[in-house]
Ligand binder design. Structure first.
Ligand SMILES: *Cc1c(COP(=O)(O)O)cnc(C)c1O
Length: 402
């Protein structure tokens, strides 16, 4: 397979990071020069062969890429479709997040930064950032809501073991949104030697573009792998959405295929009527959070509402701006899956294929049972298996009476 490098797409943002009316750079004045510098640096390296040689060397030997495209024959037989899983769960650190942290870490090095910071919710992005910090000899500080620190002790310990310092954020709801606020605040005063590694395709420009480019290797590989295995282009590609990075990675090389329908799955939590969910596109309204304009869960007077999902990686009240744009353009279909449906799929995949998915990825799997059987009969489907379920074992033990 030819080594990966980003592709310029028709739906790239404009100069100032707008996907249609979404995206942009809604930040304090003091951050503007920092983001403009980062934008210039990224422009310089986006198609730079030497930079990408370095990224690809680590993707191959450190992460274990290309990740396999696996034909899930048992599930295919059961539902009467051809189902392929893109195995991001087999990456080092257990999910797609490391694709992004490696590339951002190497950018930080190129910019001469010695420190990196990150926000994290469940701790997966914190772990992926602490990992590459150890690898690249960078100092690492991770901002995490105090409530999440309490809930995710294993990942907190893992980050510390890797040499990172973890800040428990006590403000607001003490979760991801507040951790990101604090990370941005810290960055404003430390940008001279510090690079901010954002964990999903959100935040001020150029982050949504960079992170999508770094994750687009998922569909770059999957498209070539499916062609090689079957000589086909898929009818559907499906991915779960927290901030939207594994989904954009999975969709990037398929959006412009007329034949392929891209489907993004939000967290339906306890149901959309319950008020406890993470369905920003289904029930949010455009608003500004973390330096971007995008769909956002908010009250009538514009207060950010808390998101909820059984999977910590999906309970973000916002969503990357490119998704808001793709929805309004009708380029991608968005739907949701509830906690209960995701848990059923978690058990289903474990027992039919011997693969234990992350709770997040189980949302994408669950959609196979939500689409009408006649619709997918005989169709070729690729699902982004964004991560493995090891991190969810303790929660699963409490939820499932086996
Ligand atoms: C973090 C995470 C997600 C959600 O993040 P996106 O940016 O929407 O991809 C999904 N799956 C796994 C396994 C994760 O760790």
């Amino acid at each position: 397979m030819k080594p990966y490098m980003p592709t310029a797409f028709d739906f790239d943002p404009d100069e100032r990071g707008h996907f249609g009316k979404f995206g942009g750079r809604y930040v304090p004045e003091t951050l503007m020069p920092i983001l403009i510098e980062l934008d210039q640096v990224y422009k310089q390296y986006r198609f730079d062969q030497t930079f990408w040689n370095e990224v690809n060397a680590l993707y191959q030997d450190y992460v274990g890429r290309p990740s396999p495209l696996y034909k899930a024959q048992n599930i295919s037989d059961e539902i009467g479709a051809e189902v392929y899983l893109k195995r991001e769960d087999l990456n080092h650190t257990g999910a797609h997040k490391v694709n992004n942290t490696i590339a951002q870490g190497l950018l930080a090095k190129r910019m001469g930064k010695t420190k990196i910071i990150a926000e994290t919710g469940a701790g997966q992005h914190g772990v992926a950032t602490a990992t590459i910090a150890a690898l690249m000899g960078l100092e690492c500080e991770v901002f995490m809501g105090a409530k999440d620190v309490e809930r995710q002790q294993l990942n907190v310990f893992r980050m510390k073991l890797l040499g990172a310092k973890v800040h428990a954020v006590e403000s607001g709801s003490k979760t991801l949104k507040d951790a990101m606020n604090d990370a941005i605040r810290h960055w404003v005063t430390h940008a001279r030697d510090t690079f901010y590694v954002i964990g999903t395709a959100a935040g001020p420009h150029p982050y949504p573009l960079m992170v999508r480019d770094f994750q687009a290797i998922i569909s770059y590989e999957a498209k070539l792998q499916l062609l090689e295995q079957t000589n086909k282009i898929p009818d559907y590609v499906i991915a779960c959405i927290g901030g939207g990075s594994n989904a954009l990675g999975m969709f990037a090389h398929f959006i412009e295929e007329d034949k392929t329908e891209c489907i993004g799955i939000e967290a339906g939590g306890k149901g959309l009527q319950s008020g406890e969910h993470g369905a920003s596109l289904a029930l949010g309204k455009p608003g500004v959070l973390h330096g971007q304009l995008s769909y956002l869960l908010q009250t009538n007077d514009g207060q950010v509402e808390e998101a909820y999902s059984i999977s910590a990686g999906l309970d973000y009240p916002g969503i990357g701006p490119e998704h808001s744009y793709l929805m309004e353009q009708g380029k991608v279909i968005y739907d949701y899956v509830t906690d209960d449906e995701a848990m059923d799929a978690f058990v289903w995949l474990s027992r039919t294929e011997g693969i234990v998915p992350a709770f997040e990825s189980a949302h994408a799997i669950a959609y196979l049972k939500k689409i009408p059987k006649e619709t997918i009969k005989g169709k070729t489907i690729i699902i982004s298996l964004s991560g493995r379920g090891d991190k969810d074992m303790i929660q699963a033990m409490e939820l499932l009476k086996l």
